[in-house]
Design a binder for this molecule. Sequence first.
Ligand code: UDX
Ligand code: UDX
Length: 597
Amino acid sequence: MDTVYSSNSSTTPSSLLFLPLPLIANLKVVIIGAGYVGAPSAAIIAIKCPSVSVTVFDIDRSRIDAWNSDSLPIYEPGLDDLIRQCKKQGNLRFSNNESVVALADLIIVCVQTPTKRFGVGAGHASDLKNIELAARMISRVCASTGGRPRHRIVVEKSTVPVKTAQTLKIVLNPSTAPGNRRPSLSGLSTSSSPSSSSSTSITAVNTFSVISSPEFLAEGTAVADLEKPSRVLIGGDDTIAGRESVRTLAALYAEWVPLEKIITTNLWSSELSKLVANAFLAQRISSINSVSALCEASGADVNEVARAVGTDIRVGPHFLKSSVGFGGSCFKKDILNLVYLFRSYNLHEPALYWESVVKINEWQETRFSHSIVSRLFNTITGKKLAMLGFAFKADTGDCRESAAAAVANSLLQERARLHVFDPKADAAHMFEELETSHQISQSTTPGLNDLFVVETDVYACCLNAHAVIVTTEWPMFKKLDWARIYAGCIKPAFVFDGRNILDHSNLSQIGFSVHAIGKNLAVEAAMHAHAAAVSAVAERASPQGSPLKKGSVGVGGGGGGGGGKDSDDADFKSLNEAVARVLDTTTVELPLPPPSI
Ligand code: UDX
Ligand code: UDX
């Protein structure tokens, strides 16, 4: 690589990236963890850097076999094609043989870091078992099969609590631990190639630099996110080895990412930024979801409010889509981890603040399930309910921490019969999520197979259902033949739109009783009736056209037909009362027709 400066960069790259970056030709990259992050990341590096060899290692043999087959273990738009191209190019492979790790110059760790389920910090702290296991494996394999000792770069890509890199450094370089001898970092070549070593750079033991480079891809858009990332974050130590390691990883990304999008920071900022980024995104969803309840109570429309608020460029339009709740393997886990970190540093007020983001999410899930029960006449026992969508979002088959599973849990507690359809999530993952997050299994819930039925046909799923519940925002749900679904439902038929994606007025016209997050459709209907009545009165008062057009400040009384002011007032009063009944409050004040002049 001759030059990495971007000629048309509009912003300045981090100062660390000013000097020509190391050459990355022939670099050997190994990624540990063939999951949602590791495998797509490996594929994009392989395709963008043809001279680099990329190997993905995973301890799970069946996962590796699946990646090596034509039937990939995860669904991600565009990934099949990408992997196919990489395999053709010949520089990407998947292996279950840990000895491949020893061949690497750069090792990227992408193992999962779930929330701890037991012991100190259970329910909040991250379980770093996999990170430590990966580090110990790297150290062991490099020592036993890696040839002569040398320096390698280990990249922490898994989301981890701030300071995890410290643990990695100690596990990988045990001689740096307090009381042990200092390591020689001379093994890190500062020449143009990170893999080259001169006789002076040979070390007695393997040494490792640890840098942090969290991944910001979202599932469902992973390939596009990797191809055009909003930014690449790399954090490292301010030492020769640290800086050169950061620059080596930057050189790899610079093959397809403009330099000004590569942010370099210190290690701890990089680790913490990932947690904070996810917390901020989730916080926006909880904020709009909290407002959705007020919209339902007041007759405001959450989509309209989100639009009005989000068009302020200081706020921005993204992540303001009200929903039944956010899910996925990251948001909840990362916020709880952040909360744990605050508490560890005795910062209790901010801990409470961030914890409330998760609490609002749980409240939203519960609120949605409760509204289903209460609208279905307070009993759903034995009733068939059709659930459309189980993945935590559209364009993925991933069900981890899905809001659908939380809703299913509540409905199963009431002994409803759930029939579930999802275009990509399979039954095994649905049952796994029910068990992992909600302890629902055959043993805890006898007869589960009859209470939770996974359907492969969406119309069969809805047939004879009392209600259809939309829990994932799959675009295909908008295009269903809702008249056909209505015909097959038990009447009165209900639709609960937990994602606000359906055409509610069309569904109402078909005959459904429709309920949507952040909208009070009954109030909307009453408001429409009210508006229609206002305009009818205006028409009666002014047969030639709008009274405002005539320069009048109000509706002219008595002129030109209609029932006269008293009967108009009576009409509006009864409409107001109807609206108030809908709102279940007497405080609603809708305007009476303007007084007669
Ligand atoms: C990733 C991140 O790495 C995680 O920290 C982040 O918060 C979410 O995204 P993800 O790719 O979703 O995790 O995890 P997963 O799909 O479960 O894949 C992790 C893989 O690592 C698994 O296939 C697992 O078998 C493998 N693994 C785990 C190893 O190869 N070695 C281990 O020691 C542990
Ligand atoms: C998230 C972050 O977006 C990504 O940067 C990080 O690397 C991993 O965590 P992911 O969880 O894959 O990605 O998906 P995301 O698109 O963020 O959606 C998370 C959840 O929020 C989904 O359940 C989604 O349906 C929900 N969501 C999202 C809303 O309810 N409303 C919104 O406006 C946006």
